[in-house]
Design a protein around this ligand. Structure first.
Ligand SMILES: [Zn+2]
Length: 202
C-alpha cells in the first residue's frame, strides 16, 4: 500500500519508484493500483507521484519497471528522451496543475536513437529532428572511460534533467521553491536496475 499521494514529497516519490524497481528486479511484484476500484477512483482526478520522461523504446516501460499502476506515473516518452516545447509543456502541466513533486529523466542502455546517431546513420524525415541533442551528448561523452554510447545516454539524461530544472518560467521557480525535484536516472536493460545519475538525492 502506498502512502497518500497528497503527502508525498519529491524524495519520497523517488524512494517509492526505487522500491518498485527493486521489486521488478527481484520479481516480487505488488502490482499496485491495477484493480477496478483503482480505475474507478481515477475517473474524476489524478495525482501521479512522478513525471517520467524516457525513451519511446518498447523495452523501457516505466509502469512495469517501477512496479506502479493506474494513475501513479505521468509518462512522457520520445525517442532519446529529449525535450522540446511540447514535452516541456506536458511536464509543466503535471507539476503545476497536478502538483506532481518529482520529475525523472531516464536514459537507458542499448538506446537505438543514440546508437544510430553515433554510427552516423543517415536519418530521413522527421527522425532527423531528434539528432541535435543526442549529437551534443555524444560529443560530451567522447573520451570518457567505458562504452561511448552508454556514456552518451547518461550524459543526455543528465543534460535533459538540467534543462528541465532551469526551464523558465514554471519549472525553475517550482524547483527553487523546493516543490519539485528533478533527477536523472539510467535503466540497464541487462540487469533491470534503474540507477541514479543525480548525486546526493537519496
Ligand atoms: Zn532509447
Amino acid at each position: 500500500m502506498q502512502p497518500s499521494k497528497e503527502q508525498v514529497t519529491g524524495k519520497e516519490a523517488l524512494q517509492l519508484l526505487m522500491n518498485g524497481n527493486q521489486r521488478f528486479v527481484t520479481g516480487k511484484f505488488e502490482h499496485p493500483n491495477h484493480c477496478e476500484e483503482s480505475r474507478r477512483g481515477l475517473v474524476s482526478a489524478q495525482n501521479p507521484i512522478a513525471v517520467v520522461l524516457t525513451c519511446a523504446d518498447s523495452r523501457v516501460p516505466p509502469v512495469n519497471l517501477f512496479d506502479q499502476g493506474l494513475g501513479d506515473l505521468f509518462i512522457v516518452r520520445v525517442a532519446g528522451n529529449i525535450i522540446n516545447d511540447h514535452i516541456l509543456g506536458s511536464i509543466e502541466y503535471a507539476v503545476s496543475h497536478l502538483n506532481t513533486p518529482l520529475v525523472m529523466v531516464m536514459g537507458h542502455s542499448s538506446c537505438g536513437a543514440v546508437g544510430a546517431v553515433a554510427q552516423g546513420v543517415k536519418l530521413h524525415g522527421h527522425i532527423a529532428s531528434l539528432t541535435p541533442s543526442i549529437d551534443a551528448a555524444l560529443k560530451k561523452a567522447k573520451g570518457m572511460d567505458g562504452l561511448w554510447t552508454e556514456n552518451a545516454s547518461k550524459e543526455l539524461a543528465k543534460t535533459t534533467a538540467k534543462k528541465i530544472e532551469e526551464s523558465e518560467p514554471i519549472l525553475v521557480d517550482l524547483v527553487k521553491a523546493g516543490r519539485v525535484l528533478v533527477v536523472a536516472t539510467y535503466y540497464d536493460l541487462e540487469t533491470g536496475i534503474v540507477s541514479m545519475l543525480s548525486e546526493e538525492v537519496l
